[in-house]
Write a protein that binds this ligand. Structure first.
Ligand code: CA
Length: 374
């Protein structure tokens, strides 16, 4: 990240000392009624956190309450954050605007929602045939991706911190079986974003529907298919009751990474102790969210299969055509915009090296172990 400082021993000592001094000074201040400079070490700060997700999505939205409670616990309640689900202060897709304008100091979203502002923002969340959750974390935290993305976010007076991943998503729910690429022609599918753009290049009739409208559209046959997230979230929306074929993988979201957006002015006003706590808690929250998905998806998948859902992989010709169309799309966007070109080239070079490594030990292990039934 642009402003990331290593948390070394020295800063830890300094931070601990700051907390101690602050605690003493608050007591002294209460008695004297004066304004000791050290009091400002731990001022009372109240922030608002706006999310792009509804409270009902406990996996995605739940991480906001986690951040609020952890920050509060680590500052003895002096830095309090109140989280609001989509629609309470701002609608889902205005989270970046709200943080930019300071309506909220903190936001929680997925950056591919904001490609209308800048197409390259997609790389912060992930793109079709892009990085897995672990690769995405490696690129953003350690591989230069965070710095590249934060150069873009500076245009919005925002810093972005990674906030965990759903892991590779499922390809979604199809009323009928897909046997080959030819079956994609004219298929009415609800799929937003870049995945939708690639699908339309494969002949799919792409539909954009809000989360609450999908079930009925699928039930009535107004759409033939929909994607959502993965077993745990999908099961709650009940898609298994109206479409029986559950395809995988969601190649358009191999490791979609959520983000916390922080207003730069608000962050600069925080004492360094609170800045460090906030950074640390976002990393912790990201780990916890990914772990929650990896914990709740397996039993949800088992329940769906037990209920009669048919699991099916996308055919090789669909995967190949989608891969080719995806990289054609990135090349077109890169040709139109030098900033996109710079980010895409760095990302693509990183992806190739990373894929070679993940194709080695991880992949061979997964191939051997994950498919076993004994
Ligand atoms: Ca999805």
């Amino acid at each position: 990240m642009t402003d990331r400082k290593p948390v070394d021993r020295r800063s830890f000592v300094k931070r601990s000392a700051g907390v101690a001094v602050g605690a003493v000074a608050v007591g002294a201040c209460g008695g004297a009624g004066g304004e000791a400079p050290a009091v400002q070490t731990n001022p009372r700060v109240r922030w608002r956190l706006v999310s792009s997700f509804p409270r009902a999505l406990d996996t995605l939205y739940g991480i906001n309450d986690y951040v609020a409670s952890r920050v509060e616990a680590m500052t003895d309640g002096r830095f309090s954050i109140r989280a609001y689900p989509a629609g309470e202060i701002v609608p889902a897709f205005q989270v970046l605007d709200a943080v930019q304008q300071g309506t909220a100091q903190l936001g929680h979203s997925a950056s591919y929602y904001f490609t209308g502002k800048n197409p390259a923002l997609a790389f912060d969340a992930g793109v079709p045939f892009g990085l897995s959750a672990r690769q995405q974390n490696a690129w953003l935290y350690e591989g230069g991706g965070g710095e590249l993305m934060n150069e873009l976010f500076a245009d919005f007076n925002v810093m972005a911190f990674p906030a965990g991943s759903t892991g590779t998503q499922m390809g979604g729910w199809f009323r009928n079986e897909l046997n080959s690429l030819a079956d994609m022609g004219g298929l009415k599918m609800r799929i937003p974003g870049l995945g939708g753009e690639v699908m339309s290049r494969l002949g799919v009739n792409v539909q954009v529907l809000a989360g609450g409208e999908i079930y009925q559209a699928l039930e009535r046959g107004a759409i033939d298919a929909t994607e959502w997230v993965g077993p745990y979230d999908d099961e709650k929306l009940g898609f298994q009751n109206v479409a029986n074929n559950y395809y995988y993988p969601g190649w358009w979201e191999p490791g979609p990474t959520l983000s916390f957006y922080v207003n730069r002015d608000a962050f600069a006003e925080l004492p360094s102790t609170y800045q460090e706590i906030l950074r640390g808690v976002t990393i912790e929250a990201g780990e916890i969210m990914t772990a929650r998905y990896d914990n709740v998806n397996p039993p949800a998948l088992d329940r769906l299969i037990a209920g009669g859902v048919q699991l099916r992989p996308f055919s090789q010709d669909i995967m190949e055509a989608a891969y080719t169309a995806s990289f054609e799309l990135y090349e077109e966007q890169a040709a139109a915009d030098p900033t996109y070109r710079r980010i895409y080239d760095a990302w693509n070079a990183y992806r190739k090296v990373s894929d070679r490594w993940f194709a080695t030990a991880e992949w061979q292990y997964a191939r051997f172990a994950f498919g076993r039934t004994d």
